[in-house]
Design a protein around this ligand. Structure first.
Ligand code: G1P
Ligand code: ZN
Length: 543
């Protein structure tokens, strides 16, 4: 079939955000929107001839159409092979693994992560490089620049590829290999965790609920937890991936996974509850009567990773995004290993992981992962937790409490103000930014400001500098206020306020979180003037 060159007009807004290009579905459905973006990505890559790409997505509405278009452009561009998940499905961590496992040139992940799906929801495309991780800013900036001047794209006129069964086909000269989305990922998990011990845990009557939120981890969790580890049927709920996630918001937090939370807080609660997001890279961990904040989970996983065979030799270092609480820092200090504080977004961990400087990474936004892939990995976090529970023969609550007794507790909350007019959100940032210079040394109640800045990060591996990554006010007692604008929203702007207070090993670890942070929460409103400047009197989501 001939390859056609089709003229197009550039779109002004194809700027990848924290994690790929996310827009409303209707926006993506505009004529040539996908084509322009995918062609812009391929145009900035060098040496793609005959190379292999991995493609797959979280199954959300428009996944099927976009993936067909991308494959046709890849064929026209001269790629030699595309490895694609059956029915176009791949979780984000599984896509990352397939890129690495097959030594592919890169991959395209079709997802808007935890954002709602369906015709009125969001869609996204993200390019990952050969290490399996999200493309660094050097590439995403080049893609954006290219997208603003693109005048044509090339596409094969072949009909759609049948992705419904595993096997190899041709799309023009390009080979399309349709693979089982779960198999290679499940193999990888077996190299990291003690599956015999986990099987024993379930055999001993351990009860767990995993909420797949009608998203991509359903098939993975069913195959691994129920299939390989013998967890009773029904352990995995909402397991069928649906194009609109059943109308829900596939973000595993206390707002959108409230039913799971309530179940774990009930008198006859199961031992362990977990959930993952739209594309399977986030995780929520709840023990019986004990929610574990993602920042604490990172610290706990790092401190206990050696219980799992894949990490038995110890970890080399930990990295966390700047707004993530400093709980993990104390673990790194005790272990005598490196600790890195990076800007928000998984792409900043890639270099550190590649260089072997860190083994475990995490973000306060329910993302944890390790050097086994170059994305955060929801099911991995769940399996590591299970491995730790099996090895320590203790419950989640007991383990968390012991951790606080050893390291102290970082009380932590994030307040989100969603879909604010962009100008108002920027006014809030500006209001705080102009005060940064004069804040150090000032006292507010019991709090003294030790430092205040606009966070920038100098990558120790490639020397690149990322600036304006969030405003920080740091207090003498280790408390912190961080304010930043979200880079993943699709409508208006989202302001995130991150608030943290440290209480030492002998302090009170049983205060309700919002109460423990109330003084800092009040001070945050004062310093940002958020209520007056946005006209909002409360956050949309508190996590
Ligand atoms: C959010 C999270 C961030 C995460 C990203 C992708 O980005 O805050 O930690 O890496 O989603 O899952 P934000 O919207 O804050 O830019
Ligand atoms: Zn995600």
């Amino acid at each position: 079939m001939p390859i056609k060159t089709i003229e197009t007009q550039p779109f002004p807004d194809q700027k990848p955000g924290t994690s790929g290009l996310r827009k409303r579905v209707a926006h993506y459905q505009q004529l040539h929107y996908v084509e322009n973006y995918v062609q812009s990505i391929f145009d900035v890559l060098e040496g793609t001839d005959g190379q292999t790409l991995v493609m797959g997505g979280d199954g959300r509405f428009f996944n099927k159409e976009a993936i067909q278009t991308a494959m046709k452009i890849a064929a026209a561009h001269g790629f030699g092979r595309v490895i694609v998940g059956q029915n176009g499905l791949l979780s984000t961590p599984a896509a990352s693994h397939l890129i690495r496992h097959n030594k592919a040139f890169g991959g395209l992940v079709f997802s808007a992560s935890h954002n709602p799906g369906g015709p009125d929801g969001d869609f996204g495309i993200k390019y990952n490089i050969s290490n399996g991780g999200p493309a660094p800013e050097r590439i995403t900036n080049a893609v954006f620049a290219r997208s603003k001047e693109i005048t044509s794209f090339r596409i094969t006129e072949e009909p759609d590829v049948d992705l419904s069964s595993v096997g190899t086909q041709k799309l023009d000269d390009m080979t399309v290999e349709v693979v089982d989305p779960v198999a290679d990922y499940a193999d990888l998990m077996q190299t990291l965790f003690d599956f015999a011990a986990l099987h024993g845990l379930f055999a001993s009557g351990f009860r767990m609920k995993f909420d797949a939120m009608y998203a991509i981890t359903g098939p993975y969790a069913k195959a691994i937890l129920e299939g390989m580890l013998g967890a009773p049927e029904g352990t995995v709920i909402n397991a069928l991936p649906l194009p609109d996630f059943g109308g829900g918001h596939p973000d595993p937090n206390l707002v959108y996974a409230k039913d799971l939370f309530d179940e774990l807080m009930a008198p006859d609660a199961p031992d362990f509850g977990a959930a993952s997001d739209g594309d399977g890279d986030r995780n929520l961990i709840i023990g019986r009567n004990r929610f574990v904040t993602p920042s604490d989970s990172l610290a706990l996983l790092a401190a206990n990773a050696h219980h799992a065979p894949g990490y038995a030799k110890g970890i080399t270092g930990i990295a966390r995004s700047m707004p993530t609480s400093a709980a993990a820092d104390r673990v790194a200090e005790k272990l005598g290993i490196e600790m890195h504080e990076t800007p928000t977004g998984w792409k900043f961990f890639g270099n550190l992981l590649d260089a072997g400087r860190v083994t475990i990474c995490g973000e306060e936004s329910a993302g944890t992962g390790s050097d086994h892939v170059r994305e955060k990995d929801g099911l991995w976090a769940v399996l590591l937790w299970l491995n730790i529970l099996a090895a320590r023969k203790q419950g989640v609550d007991e383990i968390v409490r012991e951790h606080w007794k050893t390291y102290g507790r970082n009380y932590y909350t994030r307040h989100d103000y969603e879909e604010i007019e962009t100008a108002k959100a920027e006014a809030v940032m500006e209001h705080l930014r102009t005060q940064l210079g004069e804040l150090p040394g000032q006292n507010f109640g019991s709090l003294t400001v030790a430092a205040a800045d606009d966070f920038s990060y100098l990558d120790p591996i490639d020397g690149s500098l990322a600036e304006h990554q969030g405003l920080r006010v740091i207090f003498a007692d280790g408390s912190r206020i961080v304010v930043r604008l979200s880079g993943t929203g699709t409508v208006g702007a989202t302001l995130r306020l991150y608030i943290e207070r440290y209480v030492g090993p002998d302090g009170d670890h049983d205060v309700e979180t919002q109460e423990a942070l109330s003084e800092l929460i009040g001070l945050t409103s004062e310093l940002t003037n958020i209520h007056r400047l946005t006209g909002r009197d409360a956050p949309t989501v508190i996590t």
